[in-house]
Design a protein around this ligand. Sequence first.
Ligand SMILES: [Zn+2]
Length: 262
Amino acid sequence: MPGIEKLLLGILRYRVNTRWKLLEQFQRVKDNPEPTSVFFTCIDSRVLATKFMDSQVGDNFVVRSAGNLIPHACNFSYESATTEAGALELGCIVNGVKHVIVCGHSDCKAMNLLYSMRKEVDTKEGGPLQLWLKRHGAASLEKFKLLTPENEYKGPVPYQTARRFEAFIDPENRFNLADKLSQVNCLQQLQNVASYPFLQDLISREEVKLHAMWFDIYTGEVFMFSRTKQKFILINQQNINHLLHDAYRKIEKIPIAEQKRK
Ligand SMILES: [Zn+2]
């Protein structure tokens, strides 16, 4: 296990090779910030989102949590204020960010643990990680039950953001059940983002758009959920036009009063 010297020596290399290149970008962003997204992903050390997105200074607000969970608005109060909701307000309200992305990944240790606890999720016992997953991952486990041998563990699984949509989970059956739960969970977080009243008008008017991505640790590939194809598809040259069209297409609006938590 490398010690702290690995980290400190990395900072020395950064000072020589990178810092001076960033100074101009820091100034430009300070005077003219144009962030693209609020990007939620897992704390996993292998998920180098800024690398696979080739991010530059000022591109994204990045929020990381175990299992890329975003607490539902009904779990938010003064006593249980969380940074996830605060980040949505800072990004989308204060800074006018138009895209919220939730990115899960394969071999997620948090999702693997949630999967192993699927039969005891109602017990309010365990360490901090277990309680975090039970409290905010239970809805994902409920949706996961819709993957059955009868439908070859594909679903469909229903979700509700500004409109209802259905997802077929890993229809090519390339991933194990815990990874399928990770995909179910990733989409569930879009529903949780949409649960915050301060965002609902913006989402309904499509001034804020919600997207799900999934990073495959085994291959290094990144997938994006397509609402028209109802599944995650690979982000590559062949699919990019479809994904862009899918991301920007107008959706059928549902009055906010009809939007209920599922
Ligand atoms: Zn993870």
